[in-house]
Design a protein around this ligand. Structure first.
Ligand code: GDP
Length: 490
């Protein structure tokens, strides 16, 4: 038997917690006397020391410090979980936004030492958020551009597989739902124009089942008519929101370009003012009209329409809308990234709690199932899945291989499987050390579990953070590439 006296002195400085200015030097010094037949423990200590030094997040160190200050031999796993919730919260940019213990069921589960139930509750909340239904009604007269708008919002072009049929001779005579190809919880409803139905506005709304819609978009490719206004007033009476969209603005701009004194901004102001005056004359108090081209959502008022919808929708519906939004601006790509970053804390907490439950096999392999779903969501939201990239290639005329050439992440343009993800994860430098350290730490008596929880949450956080940054970068590069081509064409 060999007695090893080991002293680990790990000091770290943190900069990754979201508070860039916070520099925390935490001295963690302990002397551990261990008896072992092999050098396994020595290897472990090296791993642990490396992991502690590598990790930028200070939450695990703080929690270890908190555990060590207490009589940790008396601590129950639920207390460790509470420490982690506390540490995760204080490492957040917006701490007020994150209260896991307030989720019905989580507090009770922790009180009862039922970590598995707490994890399940958090998972339920995340899943529910992913499946919040959002129903958008698009109405307007035949030929006004409803179907084309529905397709554009779903990231499709007219004629794509699954696209709403569009064309001058096509008519929308029925209420037709078009689920978003990647987010079936977001549905766009193509409604017949009220003028083609011979129903009064209230009968029309009853007929189309107005209750299920979160808001209405009333489209016109010319001036708005009396019917549009009657419908808007009835929608308001039913306590729902409506937005006026003046479509096919590219046609107007192209027609006006022929004039010698053409000025784009003046032309847009003229069209907007004309619509607003007309709506006022028909009795709408302070109308707002959005000028849109479904072929060029990145131009004119579409971004403003999105911002207005975001402002009016409740938070969970706002997130559903954002995820489904086509990447028509760098701002939208950044907002998606920010929303996903915010959710990292939930996922890290889920992973930390999961690590507290002794599971056979590698913890990262268990987490991989969770990670596959999350990463697939990132890939869809950034339009980096194969079908979205093929559609982008068709729409822009850029060969698919050229689009692939600007993509760096091995997770873009690929089917996300557990195997692919694990392959990518082990190549993420410091993450591999964290994974190894987490696995070995489980075998330390008393403080092993809290250390494993800390490392697990940091590992999950780091993996997803790195993957998210890379995918968002790819989405930005693709956006810039296709935008530059459009600018050259104009
Ligand atoms: P719906 O009957 O209201 O569903 O209208 P469609 O979406 O079928 O569009 C009627 C025609 O207008 C089609 O030929 C579309 O290609 C065309 N269209 C629709 N939106 C736009 C647009 O934003 N710009 C231009 N230039 N044409 C559009």
């Amino acid at each position: 038997m060999v007695a090893i006296s080991a002293s680990i002195i790990a000091s770290t400085s943190s900069g990754c917690s979201g508070h860039g200015s916070v520099i925390l030097h935490l001295g963690f010094s302990t002397t551990v006397t261990l008896r072992t037949h092999t050098n396994t423990m020595f290897i472990f200590l090296r791993f642990l020391s490396a992991a502690l030094q590598l990790t930028c997040s200070w939450s695990s160190l703080l929690s270890v410090a908190v555990c060590c200050r207490h009589d940790w031999t008396q601590m129950q796993p639920c207390k460790f979980s509470q420490v982690f919730f506390f540490c995760l919260r204080i490492s957040m940019e917006d701490q007020n936004d994150w209260h896991p213990e307030e989720i019905p069921g989580v507090r009770e589960a922790l009180k009862n030492n039922d970590i598995a139930a707490a994890v399940a509750r958090i998972q339920q909340v995340l899943e529910r958020e992913n499946n919040i239904p959002l129903n958008i009604a698009i109405t307007g007269e035949t030929g006004s551009g409803k179907s084309t708008f529905v397709n554009a919002l779903r990231g499709l072009s007219n004629g794509d597989e699954g696209a709403a049929p569009a064309g001058v001779v096509e008519t929308t005579s029925e209420v037709t739902p078009y689920p978003h190809p990647n987010y079936p919880n977001v549905t766009l409803w193509d409604l017949p124009g009220i003028g083609s139905t011979k129903f009064s506005a209230d009968e029309y709304l009853m007929l189309v089942g107005f209750e299920k819609f979160d808001f209405f978009i009333i489209i016109s490719d010319t001036r708005f008519r009396e019917n549009d206004v009657k419908l808007a007033q009835e929608i308001q009476r039913m306590k729902k929101k409506f937005y006026f969209v003046r479509s096919k603005i590219d046609n107007d701009i192209n027609a006006e370009k022929r004039n010698r004194d053409f000025n784009k901004e003046e032309t847009l102001t003229k069209i907007r003012d004309d619509c607003v005056h007309r709506l006022r004359d028909l009795g709408v108090e302070s109308p707002q009209v959005f000028l849109v081209s479904s072929f060029e959502l990145h131009l004119y008022d579409f971004s403003l329409l999105h911002k207005t919808l975001e402002r009016d929708l409740p938070k969970n519906k706002r997130d559903a809308l954002l995820r489904a939004m086509p990447n028509i601006s760098l701002e939208i790509i950044n907002k998606k990234k920010k929303t996903f970053k915010h959710r990292l804390y939930w996922l890290a907490a889920q992973s930390a709690l999961g690590a507290a439950v002794p599971v056979p096999g590698l913890s990262i392999a268990v987490d991989a199932a969770l990670l596959v779903g999350v990463v697939t969501d990132y890939v869809f939201a950034f339009g980096l899945d194969v079908p979205s990239l093929k559609r982008l290639s068709d729409r822009t005329g850029v060969p698919y291989a050229d689009l692939q050439a600007v993509i760096f992440s091995p997770l873009a343009a690929a089917e996300i499987t557990k195997e692919l993800l694990l392959k990518v994860i082990v190549q993420l430098g410091s993450v591999a050390t964290l994974i190894a350290a987490e696995e070995v730490s489980r075998f330390i008596p008393f403080i092993g579990i809290p250390i494993a929880m800390g490392l697990s949450s940091i590992t999950t956080y780091n993996i997803l953070n790195l993957i998210l940054d890379k995918l968002a970068d790819d989405a930005q590069k693709l956006f810039e590439m296709t935008l530059n081509l459009k600018i050259k064409d104009e």
